[in-house]
Design a protein. Structure first.
Length: 352
C-alpha cells in the first residue's frame, strides 16, 4: 500500500484523495461528523471557543484561556511553599476576609473557568455529547475543588486562629479534592495542536499500549518469582530484600523499565544473572510497540500539516453556514447544512 501511495504522489494525486483512499482501506480512522448550532449567535460563540481559528477574536480568547490555565497551575504549585502561605483575616461575623493573594488569584481563575464552561455548554449543539465529553468532565472536575474549599470556609463560622487553614487541610477528603485541581493541566490540550496530536496517537495506539502493559505484567511476574527463589534464602549472614514474590514486583518493574532506583538489589551471583535477563527482556519488550506508536504519530502529524498548511484566513461565522477549517466533516442541525474538507478544497480549486 505504501508503494502505491508513493506512486500516487509521483502522479500529483491530491492529498485529500489519498487520505480518502486510506480511510476506505481502513488505514486511518474516519473523522466523526462535527455539528454546529443552527442559531447564528450560538454558532458564533461556539466557533469562538471551540474553533478559534475561524475568527479574529478566537486567538485572543485562546491566549486569555492559556494564560489563566498556566497562572492557575503556577498558583497550585506555589501555595505548597511555606513562604507563600497567607492566613485569612477576620471580618464581622467571624468569616474570613479573603485577603490571601493566592486565594484572590485562584478566585479570578475559577471565575474564568466557570464562565467559559457555562458559555460553551449554553452554545453547544448537543448537550448530551457535551456533558459526556471527557475534556468537559475534566473541566468540571478542575473547578469543583475551589467551590468545595469556598463552601468549607464560609460554613466555618467559628473564629479563625492562626492554624485554622492548616488544620482544615489535614482532612483527607479536602486534600484529595484540592489535589484534583492538577487536572487543569489537561485543559491546555484544547489549545495545543501538539497535545491533540499526542492524544490522537495514544488513542490510535491503545491496542499496542495494552499489549505492552500485558507483556510487562508477564515479565514482572516471571522475573519476580525467579529473583525470589534466587535471593529468598540469602547467602550466609546477608539479609535479602526479596521477602516475597509480591515484594519483588517493585524490583521487577524498575528493572524492566531500566529505572533501577537501587533500593532493592540482588546480592547473589544467581540473583545478578536474573537481573541481567530481566533488564534485557524489559528493553526488548518496551522496544517492540514503539515503531507502531511512532508510525501513528507521524500519520496524525502529517495529516495535521496537510489540513493546516498555514494560518487559516479570518472569516465571520455570522456570514457563513459552516467553518471550512473544522477537522473532518461537519454539519448543522438543518437540512443541507453539511460539507467536508475535500468539498471545500474542490470548491477553492474551481474558484481559482
Amino acid at each position: 500500500m505504501d508503494i502505491f501511495l508513493e506512486e500516487c504522489k509521483f502522479y500529483d494525486i491530491s492529498e485529500n484523495s489519498m487520505m480518502e483512499l486510506r480511510e476506505r482501506e481502513g488505514l486511518s480512522p474516519k473523522e466523526e461528523v462535527k455539528k454546529l448550532p443552527v442559531n447564528l449567535y450560538k454558532r458564533k460563540i461556539w466557533l469562538l471557543f471551540e474553533y478559534p481559528d475561524c475568527s479574529k477574536q478566537g486567538p485572543i480568547v485562546t491566549g486569555i484561556s492559556v494564560y489563566v490555565i498556566v497562572l492557575s497551575i503556577t498558583i497550585f504549585c506555589l501555595e505548597t511553599v511555606e513562604g507563600f502561605i497567607f492566613e485569612p483575616s477576620l471580618k464581622a461575623g467571624n468569616l474570613p476576609g479573603f485577603n490571601d493573594p493566592i486565594f484572590s488569584v485562584e478566585t479570578t481563575c475559577n471565575i474564568w473557568f466557570t464562565m467559559e464552561l457555562l458559555i460553551r455548554f449554553l452554545a453547544c449543539p448537543n448537550k448530551f455529547s457535551f456533558v459526556t465529553n471527557l475534556m468537559n468532565i475534566i473541566d468540571l472536575i478542575s473547578i469543583v475543588p475551589y467551590y468545595t474549599s469556598l463552601g468549607n470556609m464560609l460554613g466555618n463560622t467559628t473564629p479563625y486562629n492562626h492554624n485554622s487553614r492548616k488544620e482544615a487541610s489535614k482532612f483527607d477528603v479536602l486534600k484529595v479534592v484540592r489535589l484534583v485541581r492538577v487536572f487543569r493541566i489537561f485543559k491546555l490540550s484544547r489549545h495545543s495542536k501538539g497535545l491533540q496530536i499526542l492524544g490522537r496517537t495514544l488513542r490510535a495506539s491503545i491496542r499496542e499500549l495494552g499489549l505492552l502493559i500485558f507483556f510487562l505484567i508477564i515479565g514482572v511476574i516471571l522475573f519476580s518469582s525467579a529473583i525470589y527463589f534466587a535471593e529468598g534464602g540469602a547467602e550466609a549472614g546477608q539479609e535479602s530484600h526479596f521477602v516475597s514474590i509480591p515484594a519483588a514486583f517493585w524490583w521487577g518493574v524498575i528493572t524492566m523499565t531500566t529505572v533501577g532506583y537501587g533500593d532493592m538489589k540482588p546480592k547473589t551471583e544467581l540473583g545478578r544473572g536474573v537481573g541481567i535477563l530481566c533488564a534485557i527482556a524489559g528493553v526488548l519488550t518496551i522496544a517492540l510497540p514503539v515503531p507502531v506508536i511512532v508510525s501513528n504519530f507521524n500519520y496524525f502529524y502529517h495529516r495535521e500539516m496537510i489540513e493546516r498548511p498555514g494560518d487559516s484566513p479570518d472569516i465571520n461565522p455570522m456570514e457563513v453556514d459552516m467553518c471550512p477549517f473544522l477537522p473532518g466533516s461537519y454539519k448543522g442541525d438543518e437540512p443541507g447544512f453539511e460539507s467536508s474538507d475535500s468539498d471545500y478544497s474542490e470548491l477553492k480549486k474551481n474558484l481559482r
